[in-house]
Design a protein around this ligand. Structure first.
Ligand SMILES: O=P(O)(O)O[C@@H]1[C@@H](O)[C@H](OP(=O)(O)O)[C@@H](OP(=O)(O)O)[C@@H](O)[C@H]1OP(=O)(O)O
Ligand SMILES: Nc1ncnc2c1ncn2[C@@H]1O[C@H](COP(=O)(O)OP(=O)(O)O)[C@@H](O)[C@H]1O
Ligand SMILES: [Mg+2]
Ligand SMILES: [Mg+2]
Length: 502
């Protein structure tokens, strides 16, 4: 099939409706798992339609019409001619112009053979009795439907450059990507097919069906052992599914993954991040602003008597920003504090072990840089004001906050008047150099980092490093093609480097 012929998927009512609901004439309901399937199909770049027999009770057909329109799907009433259901004119038209799938959970041999005569691929899904009709593909579980479709589409596209990417990430992140059109099942540009991996099915079988797995492993952290010697992945417990994937990757060194787990673990630890960022000094260029990491030191507790000596050795002075050493993956990784004097450390609620960092006055503007493959983007975001604005409100207490939820950003009067100066503050070329340097160090395909420009010195201070962030501020028209290029690059990079488990 030449690329570009639309792919159509017609879902039979029997696949969608919960059989128990239609039998007892209870309120009509979707079968478990169908809502999630429909949501994924909504952003799949497949042409989807729901079909039902025209004689279906109105409450059921009405319900299906509503489901179809809420997902922007078509809906088709199959005509019953002399007792047999047959294709509508529209479906016959599709047979000529598109590659068509029909997914059903009931046996209607007449309809099936008519569909097959019109070159439709018929899939029998989650059927109690699998249909022994030649050419019908039996799909045991609903969760297998998308991967089955992906494999069939790839085969039909007869284009060896098409890659199937299986992804694992939390629902909200998947939705972010899907809504941006980043996860097509029928490839638009970039000839990539994206399918979710299901933790309700054996992972090893699914992983053998895809060309690469794309993951945000920190979405699958169940807990991190709070002992003080952080040496990831020791001490991290992952979800069962994620543990299965980790084991599979260990047993299949050639399996492609974006990105290798060992390249991600350092970004779970703000001390490791610090060690990486300190190397930015190697980039020092005459006449250019200084690129650096904030002065930092680690503490295992807040009531150690030698703290002020510790601070002096680390060239640290107040105010300090205090962050958990664990950088992400657990709820309290973003619980922080701004501390103005040593007394405020007593009963400080920041999780231990913690990192104390120089608080850089940066005029409440932060530059969020995103490296997506070979491309570098950045967005400006409101940030914390200069410390002098925050001190009075603290009244002798540390100012505690959650950086993702309650970051104390500047009010208007706390913002420097030179808003127009923002662009001039930042030396974007210098930071792009840093981005490329970091990419080389990290071995990550998509990552983000936060830059603040110190007032007075103009130092460019990188305060945070994240992998697979949402880069939501980057326009889809630029971010999505860059993301696809990055994914393809990661998949086609030579096997050897892909995931050498050192
Ligand atoms: O820390 P930032 O710079 O706000 O970036 C966050 C961060 O990457 C965060 O990941 P995590 O540290 O919680 O793993 C991401 O949120 P979730 O993973 O909780 O969804 C955000 O996507 C990042 O924000 P942004 O994409 O705006 O940089
Ligand atoms: N050293 C610092 N100096 C000044 N502001 C900082 C510093 N570190 C972080 N911030 C501010 O706090 C926010 C959250 O810190 P960050 O390290 O990015 O945590 P997270 O990983 O939770 O995003 C930053 O976006 C920035 O606004
Ligand atoms: Mg951050
Ligand atoms: Mg972060």
């Amino acid at each position: 099939m030449a690329t570009g012929r639309p792919v159509r998927l017609v879902l039979d009512a029997s696949l969608l409706l919960d059989p128990s609901s239609t039998r007892e004439a209870a309120a009509v309901a979707l079968r478990p798992g169908v809502e999630e399937l429909l949501r994924r199909l909504r952003y799949s770049n497949l042409n989807v339609a729901i079909c039902y027999a025209e004689g279906m009770p109105n409450n059921e057909s009405g319900f299906l019409e509503k489901v179809a329109s809420s997902h922007l799907f078509g809906s088709i009433a199959l005509l019953a001619k002399s007792g047999n259901l047959s294709l509508t004119e529209l479906m016959l038209e599709w047979s000529r112009t598109s590659f068509c799938f029909y997914a059903t959970s009931r046996v209607d041999k007449g309809l099936i053979s008519e569909l097959q005569n019109q070159n439709w691929r018929v899939l029998s899904v989650a059927n109690e009795c699998s249909i022994e009709v030649p050419g019908v593909l039996n799909v045991q579980r609903l969760q297998q439907l998308l991967l089955t479709l992906a494999t069939l589409i790839k085969r039909e596209l007869c284009d060896s450059s098409v890659l199937v990417i299986g992804y694992i990430m939390k629902k909200s992140r998947e939705e972010d990507f899907a809504r941006r059109g980043a996860f097509p099942i029928y490839p638009s540009k970039g000839s990539l097919i994206f399918v979710p991996l299901s933790f309700e099915l054996p992972l090893s079988l699914q992983l053998q069906e895809v060309d690469m797995a794309l993951h945000k492993i920190t979405d699958e952290i169940v807990k991190i052992d709070p002992n003080c010697s952080i040496d990831f992945p020791k001490g991290i417990s992952f979800s069962t599914g994620m543990s299965e994937i980790i084991r599979f990757v260990e047993e299949h060194p050639d399996f492609r993954i974006m990105d290798p787990f060992k390249n991600i673990y350092p970004l779970l630890d703000r001390l490791q991040i610090q060690k990486i960022l300190v190397r930015l000094q190697e980039l020092g260029i005459e006449g250019k602003p200084k690129l650096r990491s904030p002065y930092s030191c680690k503490v295992d507790n807040f009531d150690n008597g030698e703290l002020d000596k510790h601070l002096a050795e680390a060239n640290l002075s107040f105010p300090l920003i205090v962050k958990p050493q664990v950088a992400c993956g657990v709820a309290d990784a973003h619980n922080m504090a701004l501390v103005f004097q040593i007394e405020e450390f007593s009963n400080l609620s920041v999780p231990l072990p913690a990192v104390l960092q120089e608080y850089v006055d940066h005029g409440s503007k932060i530059f969020k840089f995103y490296v997506i493959g070979d491309k570098v983007f950045y967005a400006v975001r409101d940030s914390m004001p200069n410390a002098r604005f925050l001190k009075p409100s603290s009244g002798g207490e540390a100012l505690t906050f959650n950086s993702l939820k309650t970051l104390p950003v500047a009010t208007n009067e706390q913002r420097p008047q030179t808003a127009a100066e923002d662009g001039k503050l930042l030396d974007a070329d210098l930071v792009e150099e840093a981005a490329k340097f970091l990419k080389g160090l990290l071995g990550l395909t998509v990552f983000g980092f936060d830059v603040v420009v110190q007032e007075g010195t103009g130092d460019h201070v990188i305060v945070d490093l994240n992998y697979l962030p949402s880069f939501k501020e980057v326009p889809n028209s630029e971010a999505v093609p860059a993301f696809w290029d990055a994914v393809r690059q990661a998949c086609e990079s030579t096997r050897g480097n892909a995931n050498v488990q050192g």
